[in-house]
Design a protein around this ligand. Structure first.
Ligand code: UDP
Length: 378
């Protein structure tokens, strides 16, 4: 059988596209290089515990878009988890993102909200047009807070000097003058009860899925199986690295089972200092307060960051990448029977809700073009 779409990659973009196309009556096959579905959202029950672990780091779903929230709720029941992050700096624990509690604890003061602006203004350095992450951070919060909470963490996380990184990365984090320590401001937030994998199983219901299948290893074979390709792998790999490699940040995880009810009292503890080799420790049982977990056992996962272009997770976006990216994007125009989507194929630091939004939009455009008469419910 010739499929209408061969989707390469079973992460969020590929799975949402596959779901939408299947719902519209198209024949869809998904192929996945890894031995499991779900891309970096993949979750599993850890060994002989009943603790759900997000295999590629803590994933919290958050959005303010009611349509996207409604959409994901068709495929999963979400728990009420609200993300809070703590960070350890010189053996003391502070809350992130930087808020009134962080500032007061760090400086040993007891400012009130209306005093924060003047307090920070006296510590900020005037940088008219911040050109990189360091300049941007110093212009927002001053050098002390930057050096304590941002510089070491960012160096560890991105494997380079924050001066080489785009300013935009730091604007992902708000700075608050209140004690609000919620990590996300979005209207809707939660984690699928039972983890992400069952949600992907529901998204991919009725879709043929082949695991451990590498599109790039045998393009001719896979191309012959479908009219169109939806490619969600790395953009540079698709074009055989014709213009060189894009820079990608990668992550390595070390999981460990502990005979302890509670190792750190929270789901994510960041480590701001460079002498600690990992960036953060995840303790997944805190992500699923609704789950019944046997007492006396926990799992902790240490996260290490590295630049590894063979295991791409996050686009880095150095200046050299911008040029390459423009050239690769120009090549895409010649690929009429391939659609490109998701973090890796678009080389964009997408959050989960953004990837879903992009996939829903692309699917709508594509399916309207192919089947103008079909009724397309989202
Ligand atoms: N960041 C930091 N210290 C922290 C947390 C974040 O310096 O304790 C910076 C760091 O540069 C990071 C960016 O803020 O890359 C965005 O953080 P976020 O938590 O959004 O990263 P993600 O969870 O997507 O890896």
């Amino acid at each position: 059988m010739i499929y209408d779409y061969l989707v390469v990659g079973s992460g969020l973009y590929g799975s949402v596209f596959a779901q939408q196309a299947t719902q519209a009556g198209a024949r869809v096959m998904v192929i996945e290089k890894r031995p499991h579905i779900g891309g970096n959202c993949y979750s599993h029950v850890f060994e002989d515990t009943n603790i759900i672990v997000h295999a590629y780091g803590t994933h919290i779903f958050h959005t303010s878009d009611a349509d996207i929230w409604r959409y994901v709720n068709r495929f999963a029941e979400f728990n009420r988890y609200q993300h809070r992050v703590l960070t350890t700096h010189r053996s003391r624990v502070y809350s992130m993102p930087i808020n009134l509690g962080t500032i007061n604890a760090f400086y040993g003061v007891s400012l009130r909200p209306h005093e924060v602006e003047a307090f920070l203004a006296a510590r900020r350095e005037a940088i008219a047009n911040p050109r990189n992450l360091e300049e941007k951070a110093i212009s927002l919060i001053g050098r002390d807070l930057y050096e304590a909470f941002i510089r070491g963490y960012t160096r560890k996380q991105w494997g380079c000097d924050p001066k080489l990184l785009p300013a935009g990365i730091i604007t992902r984090l708000p700075v608050r003058t209140s004690y609000n320590d919620a990590y996300f401001d979005d209207l809707y937030q939660g984690i699928p009860v039972g983890g992400y994998t069952p949600m992907f199983e529901r998204l991919l219901k009725g879709v043929d899925v082949e695991l451990e299948s590498d599109f790039l290893a045998d393009r001719a074979y896979w191309r012959a199986r479908a009219r169109k390709i939806v490619y969600t792998g790395p953009l540079d790999a698709y074009f055989g690295y014709a213009y060189g490699r894009l820079n990608w940040r990668s992550v390595r995880f070390e999981a460990q089972k502990l005979a302890s009810d509670d190792f750190q009292g929270t789901a994510v503890m960041n480590y701001a200092d460079e002498d600690v080799p990992y960036t953060r420790i995840h303790e997944p049982k805190h992500l699923h307060p609704e789950a019944r977990v046997s007492p006396g056992v926990s799992v902790v996962v240490r996260e290490y960051s590295l630049v590894d272009n063979d295991r791409p997770y996050y686009p880095v976006n150095f200046d050299e990448d911008k040029e390459k990216l423009a050239r690769y994007r120009a090549l895409q125009a010649g690929e009429e029977s391939t659609l490109f989507g998701g973090r890796l194929a678009q080389y964009r630091y997408y959050d989960m809700h953004q990837v879903i939004g992009a996939a829903l939009k692309a699917a709508k455009v594509e399916l309207r073009r192919e089947q103008p008469e079909a009724v397309l419910p989202v």
